[in-house]
Ligand binder design. Structure first.
Ligand SMILES: [Zn+2]
Length: 375
């Protein structure tokens, strides 16, 4: 028996689309959506492939968002099959991207094909926003497409992102918000010298350790209780020449905040600067703002998703704000209602990544049922 979502997922997994190389996945998607009477517009930026495709007109504008790129497979010997030669074993589809997120892309496309076939004159506009740069720098992907749409005066009302949100079964958990991510890179300068003559040197390692200890001991604001509390983690510490008789003249540290709203990254930065100023007068701190936090207020999309999941599974999804960042961070700030709904996430980014065929089929039905309620 042929399974259109499985067939399409396999076709996408066979293309080794390591970020930002789309490897032809979006050509496959464009062909399918064109055949379903979508207006398809490639929107490449730099070496990133993006796709914007619409069907219908007017409000509401409902968007399915996703990415065709995948993370590297890691050593192939850790896999039981070639990560880019998908196989089905015991009801599970194995391959890089099966769960994150070529399976979900296939499910949305198959659900939408069926929806526009049965409701060609549906209300509002149905659209796809697909990028090949979600797992990487994410500079020329969804971010740039959103800028382009904004320049055209296009506002997305509701957006379903196909990230692997679930735990055991599709729909047992959805994401309604995400924490922000802020990384600091610091270089602390001292004066190199002989360990026997500390008075003639200035130990940069001592200063870095004191500054980082200051960060770790700080009580940071907790933020919105709907989110996991703020987390500060020191990720890298480097100092020293390797010799045991040299005081290091320079030391580097890297740390990352995952923080809930309403905390602003500027607040975190100024507190870090104040702590560092006490311990290391000569220093530089560089910042990478990888995404502001967001939390979507309950709206028509959330109601439709919860009802569709209830009809499919008989249970209500847990509403989560956990996990890392996703491209939802670029879509939500304009006031768009964003929900992440995808298959179980346990195997994403790992060897032997997989999705259960039952979870894929459930996602097709839920995506279709959401559209029936929204448009
Ligand atoms: Zn993903």
């Amino acid at each position: 028996m042929s399974d259109p979502a499985l067939d399409l997922a396999r076709e996408l997994i066979r293309r080794p689309s390591l970020t930002p190389d789309d490897a032809g996945c979006q050509d496959v998607i464009a062909e399918r959506l064109s055949a379903a009477n979508f207006d398809v517009e490639p929107m490449p930026f730099g070496n990133v492939s993006n796709l914007w495709a619409t069907h219908g007109s007017g409000a509401p504008l409902v968007v399915f968002a996703g990415h065709t790129d995948v993370v590297p497979s890691g050593p192939p010997e850790n896999w039981t099959n070639d990560p880019f030669a998908p196989i089905v074993r015991a009801g599970l589809l194995y391959g890089r991207g099966a769960a994150d997120m070529k399976g979900a892309l296939a499910a949305m496309i198959v659900a939408v094909e069926a929806f526009v076939a049965r409701r060609p004159d549906h209300a509002g506009t149905l659209a796809f926003l697909i990028t090949s740069d979600e797992e990487g720098a994410a500079q020329d992907g969804t971010r740039r497409v959103m800028q382009t749409l904004e320049e055209r005066g296009i506002k997305i009302d509701h957006c379903l992102v196909g990230e692997a949100s679930s735990v055991k079964h599709t729909g047992d958990e959805i994401r309604i918000g995400r924490r922000g991510s802020l990384t600091g890179f610091t270089t602390i300068h001292g004066v190199q010298g002989h360990v026997a003559y500390p008075g003639e040197a200035d130990n940069a390692a001592h200063r870095l350790i004191a500054a980082l200890a200051g960060l770790a001991q700080t009580e940071w604001p907790a933020g919105d209780p709907a989110f996991p509390p703020l987390s500060l983690q020191i990720a890298n510490v480097n100092a020293g020449t390797g010799a045991d008789n040299v005081i290091p003249g320079e030391a580097r540290g890297q740390f990352n905040f995952r923080y809930p709203p309403p905390i602003e990254p500027e607040t975190l930065q100024s507190r870090v600067e104040a702590i560092f100023a006490r311990h290391a007068p000569r220093r530089a701190v560089e910042w990478r703002d990888s995404g502001r936090p967001f939390l979507c207020a309950p709206g028509a999309l959330r109601r439709a998703v919860i009802a569709a999941i209830g009809a499919e599974t008989g249970t209500a999804p847990a509403l989560s704000t956990g996990g890392g960042t996703s491209d939802g961070r670029f879509i939500a700030p304009g006031g768009t209602e964003v929900i992440e709904l995808g298959p179980p996430r346990a195997s994403i980014h790992k060897a032997n990544e997989h999705v259960a065929l039952a979870d894929l089929a459930a996602l097709v039905r839920i995506d279709g049922a959401v559209l029936d309620r929204l448009l």
